[in-house]
Design a protein around this ligand. Structure first.
Ligand code: TRP
Length: 361
């Protein structure tokens, strides 16, 4: 059997370049390589509610933003089922059965959850729903027999939890689930795209992100305000490229043909860096180049988004179809789960016969 790929995002904000480099780009690549039996991308609205239960409007608003971002980067609904977590009731059902197979102390040991609890000040009022979201995430993965789960490093504990649950279930009730593995981004940069302010991570809460939906002018302004080398004051000063975000971004996005097109006095990034390090090259010139490089990537995304924005009904049709597909796959799997657990009473034709025999004599 070929691979079954599943990934997802919480709809808590628009997606940015960090998401793009870290996962979206790779999803499109996997989709187009076609080396899989089935690929799902899930909008994890139920999971997003575990720490936004008091602000459902936020989730509702961002659900469409995330869907538009998916489609605009080129996730193709004819190849990938894009679905909404909350609309697949089978996920909730499976979560409930999985909860018996995990202890509270195991859940409290999850390092990602631990740091999120700290970050959100949940120490004194931790909801049960938040603590158990890794179990629900295991259900997301296992219900679809996904064996390949492309995620960031911070999701590795969730995958570990999913494998443990698959193993416990299989031990108790028989072989039903496959153990999934995380596929982490290859390059170091893809793992953590820095923010425009030089902070280690691009994030909505830090306000240092370039969004896929940002217009040209916004991107321009953000790049112009980018953190470079604070000691590079005069053009003639030697500059540092390490930690200089403009160069970090150029490392990720630029190639030799960009130089040929926009900055022909340099052959490649190494030459540009060398000049910057020697002195005599200004930040503005590098930033203007980066804007052109980024625009090449962002312009088609923006154009595709504009098309989909004109047809929100069409976007919802895509989600409805993807969700229907996920639901039918999920229902089939859940039947097997319930059969293994012996709680498929109405589907078990022998049950009534056997019971009748038992009471006959
Ligand atoms: N926890 C993931 C995140 O915050 C989102 C997610 C939910 C997910 N369910 C998933 C990712 C299943 C991969 C597989 O990004």
């Amino acid at each position: 059997m070929g691979d079954i790929i599943l990934t997802g995002d919480r709809p808590t904000g628009r997606l940015h370049l960090g998401h793009y480099v870290g996962s979206l780009r790779n999803r499109v690549k996997m989709q187009n390589e076609g080396k899989y039996d089935k690929m799902y991308v899930m909008i994890a609205d139920s999971q997003a509610l575990t720490d936004n239960f008091d602000n459902p409007q936020k989730i509702r608003e961002n659900l469409i933003e995330v869907a538009l971002d998916y489609l605009s980067v080129g996730i193709d609904p004819s190849k990938v089922s894009i679905f909404i977590q909350s609309q697949v009731a089978e996920l909730t059902e499976l979560t409930f059965y999985f909860l018996n197979l995990v202890t509270l102390s195991r859940l409290e040991r999850n390092p990602t959850v631990k740091s999120e609890i700290k970050l959100r000040n949940f120490e004194t009022s931790l909801s049960a729903g938040f603590l158990i979201y890794p179990v629900s995430q295991a259900a997301d993965i296992l219900l679809f027999d996904a064996n390949v789960v492309p995620v960031g490093e911070d999701q590795e504990p969730m995958l570990e939890q999913a494998r443990e649950l698959a193993r416990s279930f299989n031990n108790i009730y028989g072989e039903v689930f496959v153990e999934p593995k995380a596929v982490l981004p290859e390059s170091k940069m893809a793992r953590r795209m820095p923010g425009i302010d030089g902070a280690a991570k691009m994030s909505k809460s830090l306000g240092n992100a370039i969004y896929l939906a940002d217009d040209k002018n916004t991107v321009k302004k953000k790049v112009m305000s980018m953190y470079t080398d604070p000691d590079h004051i005069n053009i003639d000063d030697p500059g540092k490229v390490e930690g200089n975000i403009v160069f970090t971004y150029l490392d990720v996005f630029s190639n030799d043909s960009h130089f040929e097109k926009y900055l022909p006095e340099y052959k490649n990034l190494d030459e540009l860096k060398a000049h910057y390090q020697r002195g005599g090259l200004g930040d503005v010139k590098c930033k203007k180049f980066l804007i052109k490089v980024l625009e090449e990537e962002l312009e088609p995304i923006r154009a595709r988004r504009a098309e989909y924005e004109k047809d929100i009904e069409g976007v919802f049709d895509i989600l409805r179809k993807g969700t229907a597909d996920a639901r039918s796959q999920g229902a089939k799997k859940l039947e097997k789960v319930k059969a293994a657990m012996g709680i498929n009473y109405f589907e078990d034709s022998d049950l009534i016969k056997d019971l009748q025999n038992k009471y006959k004599d």
